[in-house]
Each structure stands twice: as structure tokens, then as C-alpha cells.
Design a protein around this ligand. Structure first.
Ligand SMILES: Cc1cc2nc3c(=O)[nH]c(=O)nc-3n(C[C@H](O)[C@H](O)[C@H](O)COP(=O)(O)O)c2cc1C
Length: 324
């Protein structure tokens, strides 16, 4: 008979899981043990009403945290069977994980798990070195393994079309004072357990930039340290755009990010063209693909950097209070 997960297993897996990315580093997730299963929920108190009115971003983040959770449990020898959205009446519950037959982790699970703590969003300019074919193939495979697609934009025409759509979405977003207020409120100039540290915000945008920076209070750039003129841009997409598709896309995103990290690559996320519905449709048409774009990525070789902070694990666990 398979017994349920223990509090120790939950705590250990969640410690790894929360390294996942989230919009403005809001970390909109909670975890609990129920009848031996781990349940992951979106935390409605950490949603961004102006930036993420539909909850898309929170579900992408929840998918990413779920992928880390799956990896951490598998590497500990207790892989999980996952059910997405197990309670239709409670849409905040993203997934329920119950123990599967114990087994040894695969080499790929070990490699990806080891990349969790090394991954971070690198918003600085990358070196101009091209990303080799085998690394491109690996990140595409990572998306496909999680039932999504990754379109690598080839040629200046495709990259310029992406840049144009992104700049126009960026302008739409920046015109909304509530969006700007939310972005500004999550910039941290002092050490904090959440939000985007100003030091991780990348350089301040300049008119010659091909892709607009999200503006997390970035620094002035060193002379001559412009962004790479021919970035490798990729678009991650899912088959559909239901809430379950978005959770699936979040898992694929994290698998792509960890695979890129293992390949020595840096990545920054560009989601303005996903957040503005007209821009997302324009992007889909420009790619000529079925399905829905879920994230834009800039990929390349970057300077070393450090991971951003997370809240203590106990703050995201809902554990039963021990009776006296
Ligand atoms: C749904 C989603 C959208 C994001 N959009 C952007 C973006 O447009 N620009 C950006 O610089 N970072 C973006 N990020 C990255 C987050 O800001 C980042 O994950 C968070 O600050 C935590 O930092 P880390 O990735 O270094 O761990 C996005 C992340 C998620 C999950």
C-alpha cells in the first residue's frame, strides 16, 4: 500500500519548488497536505489585479512551481502522480500530487533539479556569441516534453516583428497608471523576501533598444554595453488557452528555463506581448502557429548573477495546527 507524503517530504520539496519565477516575484502560491496528497494553490492575496487581471501570470507561476515540485519529489525517490485542477468548485487549487511507485531519479531529473538553485532572470545584455544548435534543440525538446512548443525566431524579419509587437504592447501597458503603480510597488531597493531587487532589474531602457525593458528601476548602463543586436528570441506556446493549458505552459516554461540553465545559457522573460490580448493575437498570427503564445524569452550567454530572494517556506505552507 502507498502511504501519503509526510510533512518532511513536503517541506523539503517546497524549499526547492519556490525557486520558480513569478510576475514581479510575487510568489503567488500556497501548499498543504490533505489526505496524504500535496495540494498546490494559487494565493489570491498575491495576485496583481492591474497587471494580471485574468490570473494568467499566477497560473504560469503555479505551473513553474509545480514542475519544480515534481522534480524535487522525483529526485528524493518519491515521484508523484499529478492531477491538475482536482476540484472544479475550487479553481484556486492548481494541482494535487499523490505518491507514485518509488523509483530512482532519471539522469535528466537530476540534472534539471541541480539547475533549480542556479536559475535566475538575467536582464543584462548578453554576449553576442550564438547559441549552438544542440542547445537550441534541447530547449525545444524541453517544451515538447511538457506538451508545449517553443518557436525560435530565425532571421531579423521574425525578431523585428516580435520586437514591434512587444514595443506596442509595452506602450499600452505603460499608459495604465494602475499597472505602473503595481510594477513600481514591487521594486525593492532594500533586502526583502519578495519583489524584484533593483540590482536584478537590468539596465535602464534606452531608445536604441530593440526590446523594451520592463523597468524594474534599472541602473544606467556602462558605455558600450548595449543589448546584443541579434538576440535569440523564443516564444513558448501551448495547444489551447484554458486555465489548465496555462498551468501546463508554466511547467513547460520551467523545464525550458532549467534546461537552458544546464546548457550554460541565461534567459530573461518578456511577457508584455502576452499580457495585451491584441498583441498576443498579433504574435500568434506572426508565428503562423496554432495554439496560444504564453511567454517570450530572450536567450543567450550572460554574465554570472545571483538568485533573487524568496519568502521562508513556513510562510507558504498551510499545516494543521498540532493539538496539545
Ligand atoms: C508570468 C511571468 C511573466 C514575467 N514577465 C516578465 C517580464 O515581462 N519582464 C521581466 O523582466 N521579467 C519577467 N518575469 C520574471 C520575473 O520578474 C521573475 O521571475 C521574478 O522577479 C523572480 O526572479 P527570478 O526569475 O530571477 O527568480 C516574468 C515571470 C513570470 C512567471
Amino acid at each position: 500500500m502507498t502511504t501519503g507524503f509526510t510533512v518532511e517530504q513536503l517541506r523539503s520539496a517546497v524549499t526547492d519548488a519556490v525557486r520558480a519565477p513569478s510576475l514581479h516575484n510575487t510568489q503567488p502560491w500556497r501548499f498543504r497536505l490533505r489526505d496524504g496528497g500535496i495540494e498546490l494553490s494559487v494565493d489570491p492575496l498575491r495576485r496583481l489585479p492591474a497587471t494580471d487581471p485574468s490570473g494568467w501570470g499566477a497560473r504560469i507561476a503555479a505551473g513553474a512551481v509545480l514542475f519544480n515540485l515534481r522534480l524535487a519529489l522525483a529526485v528524493a525517490g518519491t515521484p508523484a502522480t499529478v492531477r491538475l485542477r482536482p476540484y472544479p468548485a475550487d479553481p484556486n487549487v492548481v494541482a494535487r500530487l499523490v505518491p507514485d511507485v518509488p523509483r530512482r531519479p532519471t539522469p535528466n531529473e537530476q540534472i534539471l533539479h541541480a539547475a533549480i538553485s542556479r536559475r535566475f532572470s538575467n536582464r543584462a545584455p548578453f554576449w553576442p556569441d550564438p547559441v549552438p544548435a544542440d542547445a537550441r534543440w534541447r530547449i525545444g525538446e524541453a517544451a515538447r516534453a511538457e506538451h508545449c512548443w517553443l518557436e525560435l525566431l530565425i532571421g531579423t524579419g521574425a525578431v523585428n516583428a516580435f520586437a514591434e509587437i512587444t514595443r506596442s504592447a509595452h506602450r499600452v501597458l505603460e499608459r495604465d497608471p494602475a499597472y505602473v503603480a503595481e510594477r513600481t510597488a514591487w521594486i525593492r531597493s532594500e533586502p526583502a523576501p519578495d519583489g524584484v531587487p533593483a540590482a536584478a532589474g537590468g539596465p535602464r531602457g534606452e531608445p536604441q533598444d530593440l526590446l523594451p525593458q520592463r523597468g524594474f528601476g534599472g541602473r544606467d548602463r556602462a558605455p558600450g554595453r548595449d543589448f546584443e543586436p541579434e538576440p535569440l528570441v523564443a516564444v513558448l506556446g501551448s495547444a489551447g488557452n484554458t486555465t489548465a493549458d496555462q498551468i501546463v505552459a508554466g511547467q513547460a516554461l520551467q523545464r525550458v528555463l532549467l534546461t537552458a540553465t544546464d546548457a550554460g545559457l541565461s534567459v530573461s522573460m518578456i511577457s508584455q506581448p502576452i499580457e495585451v490580448s491584441g498583441a498576443r493575437e498579433a504574435l500568434r498570427l506572426s508565428l503562423g502557429r496554432f495554439g496560444t503564445p504564453q511567454m517570450g524569452l530572450r536567450i543567450g550567454y550572460g554574465q554570472p548573477g545571483t538568485a533573487t530572494p524568496r519568502r521562508p517556506v513556513d510562510e507558504v505552507l498551510d499545516l494543521p495546527v498540532a493539538s496539545a
